[in-house]
Ligand binder design. Structure first.
Ligand code: ZN
Length: 315
């Protein structure tokens, strides 16, 4: 089947969420505390469902197991990636994620979680937390016990269009006023280090996981800067943000036309800005901001027409 597969996202409410996913993308969100749009997901905690066509109504993990030819028989028990859009209307907890081997052993065979962020929009003074200043685990614990968060945590100012690579083991957090597209391994395991002592809507504080966090975190912090590679053409620009073990992530900026070959097992695509069409095998599909789709195996040539900006990834 050489057609794109359009998906319907699911939404997750979070204490730090807001209403920006409706304002920006006209999504029907469940409440004014909607934190996450799981746009392309086969994770059991929030599955994308096929919107139309032959596979309409099937979820992505069904597609993965029943039609492996769509994904070029990519070798993995589970769909390996997860694309989210996050609305950090308030600060997220300071957190860290395990790697594959720790998650396999202690989290019921989950994958580890290496993630990356494309900053869609943010407040003028917005910051992220990425990394820490402790040289040893003892120093880390000492600073936490004394509530010396400013001495411990490394902050960085951000602007729209920035990209950050966050390997498993990195202490990190989105701070308030940020909309992000996250490309990550398909995992939902987070160890919280600090949650600003704030209560959840039910009145309790959310659980912390300090022991596991310290077990999996990288000490001292190792900064992983990625240098984007930009390829400018007359009618489009392709930026490659990262090519690493778990994923390759691009931005395609289409000024009028972009013709490419789908030469991967599959590609996952999110339209972040603008509108236009996708032409595959002489079929023309209208696309616009907020849509997410998969280009399955061996689609070969395809053409994007219009004026739009897309984030694309593949394993
Ligand atoms: Zn995270």
């Amino acid at each position: 089947m050489k057609q794109p597969i359009f998906l319907t996202p699911t939404f997750q409410e979070r204490i730090w969420g807001g209403e920006n996913l409706r304002k920006l993308y006209h999504y029907e969100i469940p409440s004014e505390h909607t934190g996450e749009c799981w746009a392309i997901s086969a994770h059991p905690n929030g599955q994308s469902v096929v919107k139309s066509g032959r596979f309409e109504g099937k979820n992505l993990s069904q597609l993965w197991s029943e039609y492996p030819e769509l994904f070029g028989h990519y070798e993995s028990d589970h769909f390996p990636l997860l694309t989210k859009i996050l609305d950090a209307n308030d600060d997220l907890s300071i957190q860290v994620h395990p790697n594959d081997s720790y998650a396999r052993q202690f989290e019921n065979c989950e994958l580890g979680k290496t993630e990356c962020w494309y900053i869609i929009d943010c407040a003028e003074d917005a910051e992220i937390i990425i990394g820490h200043h402790a040289q040893t685990k003892e120093e880390f614990m000492h600073l936490i016990e004394n509530n010396q968060w400013d001495e411990l945590l490394q902050r960085e100012k951000i602007k729209p269009g920035d990209f950050f690579y966050v390997p498993s083991g990195t202490i990190h957090a989105l701070c308030k006023g940020i909309i992000v597209l996250e490309t990550q391994q398909s995992s939902d395991t987070t160890y919280r280090v600090y949650d600003y002592d704030r209560p959840s809507p039910s009145g309790d504080k959310r659980e912390l996981h300090l022991e596991k966090a310290v077990a999996v975190m990288t000490v001292p912090h190792v900064a992983k800067k990625v240098e984007p590679k930009v390829w400018e053409m007359d009618e489009a620009t392709i930026t490659t943000f990262v090519e690493d073990r778990y994923f390759t992530v691009y931005k395609w900026e289409v000024h009028s036309r972009l013709e490419l070959v789908q030469d991967q097992h599959f590609m996952i695509v999110s339209v972040l800005e603008g509108e236009g069409t996708l032409e595959v095998n002489r079929h023309v599909y209208p696309i616009d901001k907020g849509q997410h789709f998969i280009l399955p195996y061996r689609i070969e040539n395809f053409v994007l027409n219009g004026n739009m900006s897309l984030i694309v990834s593949h394993p």
